[in-house]
Design a protein around this ligand. Sequence first.
Ligand SMILES: Nc1ncnc2c1ncn2[C@@H]1O[C@H](COP(=O)(O)OP(=O)(O)OP(=O)(O)O)[C@@H](O)[C@H]1O
Ligand SMILES: [Mg+2]
Length: 230
Amino acid sequence: MLRVEKISHTFKSGGELTPVLHDINFQVKQGEMVALLGSSGSGKSTMLNLMAGLMKPTEGHIYIADQDIVKMSENKLAVFRRKNIGFIFQAYELIASLTVRENVELPLVFQSVSASARKKQSLALLEAVGIPDKAEQFPSQLSGGQQQRVSIARSLITEPSIIFADEPTGNLDTKTEDEIINILVDLNKNMKTTFIIVTHEHEVAQHMQRIFTLRDGYMVTEKEDPRSEN
Ligand SMILES: Nc1ncnc2c1ncn2[C@@H]1O[C@H](COP(=O)(O)OP(=O)(O)OP(=O)(O)O)[C@@H](O)[C@H]1O
Ligand SMILES: [Mg+2]
């Protein structure tokens, strides 16, 4: 499903070079849910943004569904991302002037899906994330946990084969964090969507099937199925 091969990345700004990732290699199977764990500055977001095709690495290859996204032209990549990749942000990134339902439907507006079909799908997903009653409200009327539920529903509406989440519970209290992680684990089980979750919290990572740990830009451990140990 996802294959990362010899990825290295160095940021260049104003003649200054910042090496951030060094020879990263790993694979994730279809339907797996994995954590990318590491402390602040270890390179997690950089790795995630590369895998989601939001930027190009200095070196290496990233295959999603057997296609090397590093080699893709920007136009082809834009189409590929819209079809295959979902993203969940730490700060939700909802559009304040749109209702909850309109936010969830937004990715479909750019595809030729009828308004009635969009509504049906978005309401089903809002049900799946536990807030069917919030559909006609605006993001500002929702709690942080509820806003993240909306953003999860939005990431799923195009039925992507893989979803990347960057610290999806980073802005939430512990109780809400548990609820959001449980929703993601259930969605992974029920919809077979592949999830890559960036976190700096061991507690969050323990809920995933596998854990990849980044330390100063090096991948240092690859823990196999922590759930099977309990
Ligand atoms: N655009 C950029 N230009 C230069 N350096 C950058 C840029 N983006 C990130 N970096 C550097 O790359 C390193 C890794 O950053 P990254 O955002 O990937 O870390 P992270 O693991 O996601 O951290 P956090 O947990 O704080 O979000 C840091 O040292 C950071 O300063
Ligand atoms: Mg980060």
